[in-house]
Design a protein. Structure first.
Lengths: 100, 392
């Protein structure tokens, strides 16, 4: 099992959970298993073509999967997988383009 | 270790006065800073983009540290709800331009600092000419279009971009410096489209959080100026204030990066609103709206309506809308079967922006019933119909 750390920005789609234990031998399998448990999360992680979205990074340990195989990056037992979406924040007063 | 070459040339250094030596003695006593480091701080010119949550501690600490020239860019005015975190502004400053309020505070803290206020929005037209005059840019903005603009301008001009970003309880910090490591686009080639913005579903930020992240940025700025210590370049620092946890991830330069990679395709600043998907798409289906007073009239006339409150429970509690059915934005399409398409539906949130995303989600899921957006949200209802409800 891998431990996935879910950032606040995505917790609205994981019933508020900040961590999840899922199984998978690659980063792709781990994230797919997570998206299966939390279907609302899927569109925020993958585009229509099933590719990881450009504003979400996935780290296995402290390495970005971009640098070692992308979604095929191996995940060993008890590894920590971290989702790091882009955040722009500060302005929480208005919900417009400016507060994305 | 990422020890970067100093960016302040020796020819720019001037001796400190006796008054300055007294003022900065606690820096001078540190062998890593000393007289020469303080002279570098005095010679340095730093541009702070945004004088909000991140810009406030950045400006205060850099002024206190004796950074000789501080440029501050902001087009906004101080609002009451800013004061929970933007500690450079005070209650007396409400409705003043943020740069005026910030400049006064910086001058009061350290009259030796030259403050250059830019009471304008940073744009593709003015960014290069403003940033050109500075050694370092500290990014304290709150939106994607300005973040990509700051990044691209810094890459094109060869300047370091000291980055910080916050959301609720979480922060990120790094130093993007294309000469020495990755840029922001190496990490995030493009921003989320506005319709897919998780952060929009819940606003709010812990007031202390930008204080911590902005102070980390100030620390990185000072090390870049002095030319010592281990820089955050090629590292992404993640901070969770609720869990009180710092994590550090490795960042690498992306050889395919469109602006700092081996074969860059971007050679000048672009239209960042378009890049961030903020210009309306003409093919988009229009969303019908309903004014608060009109909704009141229809309810008084006994019209049958489905009123959907898309806010999360804690937000609904601030200003509850009587009779509305709560369906949080994140669950909209999953709960499409709970709607009766023979009855008009009215969607509401705080100011009527997130509710548009709820309507679009249902339209895209093929819902055929009538969907109306409460214009200006619950705040309009509180303003125009029920004065007992708070606006927030």
């Amino acid at each position: 099992m891998a431990k996935v750390l879910i950032p606040t920005a995505l917790r609205a789609f994981t019933e508020g959970k900040s961590e999840a234990e899922v199984s998978g031998k690659t980063a792709g399998e781990v994230i797919a298993a997570l998206a299966k448990t939390y279907p609302d999360l899927k569109q925020h992680l993958f585009d229509e073509g099933g590719k990881l979205r450009s504003f979400v990074n996935v780290f296995v340990g402290d390495e970005n999967i971009k640098n070692f195989g992308g979604l095929d990056a191996p995940v060993s037992e008890n590894e920590t997988v971290t989702l790091v979406p882009a955040i722009a924040g500060g302005n929480a007063d208005l919900c417009m383009g400016a507060c994305l | 270790m990422s020890v970067l070459p100093g960016i302040i040339e020796d020819s720019r250094l001037n001796k400190l006065s006796n008054e300055e030596i007294s003022r900065y003695s606690r820096h001078l006593l540190l062998p890593q800073i000393g007289l020469e480091g303080q002279e570098r701080l005095k010679a340095a010119k730093v541009l702070i983009v945004g004088t909000g949550g991140l810009g406030a501690p950045l400006a205060l600490y850099l002024a206190a540290a004796g950074v000789g020239t501080l440029g501050i860019v902001d087009f906004d005015f101080v609002e009451e709800s800013n004061l929970q975190r933007q500690i450079i502004h005070s209650t007396n400053d409400i409705d003043r331009p943020k740069v005026a309020s910030a400049a006064d505070r910086i001058n009061a803290l350290n009259p030796d600092i030259k403050v250059v206020p830019y009471n304008t929005r940073l744009t593709s037209e003015n960014a290069l000419s403003i940033i050109e005059d500075y050694d370092i840019v500290a990014d304290g903005t709150d939106n994607y279009q300005t973040r990509y603009l700051v990044n691209d301008a810094c890459v094109l001009l060869g300047k370091p971009n000291v980055y910080g970003s916050i959301f609720q309880f979480e922060g990120q910090a790094s130093v993007f410096y294309a000469k020495e490591g990755p840029c922001y686009r190496c990490l995030y080639p493009s921003p989320p489209p506005p319709g897919l913005v998780p952060s929009c579903s819940e606003g709010g930020v812990l007031g202390v959080l930008p204080g911590i992240v902005g102070t980390i940025q100030a620390n990185e700025v000072i090390k870049l100026i002095i030319g010592g210590g281990n820089s955050l370049v090629s590292r992404l620092l993640l901070f969770d204030a609720w869990e009180m946890r710092f994590r550090e991830l490795k960042l690498d330069k992306d050889p395919g990066c469109p602006i700092c990679g081996e074969q860059p395709s971007i050679h000048e600043l672009i239209d960042y609103e378009q890049f961030c998907g903020l210009k309306p798409d003409h093919e988009e289906i229009p969303v019908d709206t309903i004014e608060a007073t009109e909704l009141k009239a229809r309810l008084d006339a006994g019209d049958k309506l489905q009123i959907i409150d898309i806010r999360e429970p804690h937000e609904r509690a601030i200003s509850p809308f009587p009779g509305a059915k709560p369906i949080p934005l994140g669950q909209m399409t999953r709960r499409i079967d709970e709607f009766d398409d023979q009855i008009d539906s009215v969607f509401l949130c705080k100011v009527g922006q997130r509710s548009v995303f709820a309507i679009r989600a249902l339209q895209e899921a093929g819902y055929k019933g009538k969907l109306l957006n409460l214009k200006d949200g619950v705040n309009a209802w509180a303003r125009d119909v029920d004065n007992n409800l708070p606006q927030y």
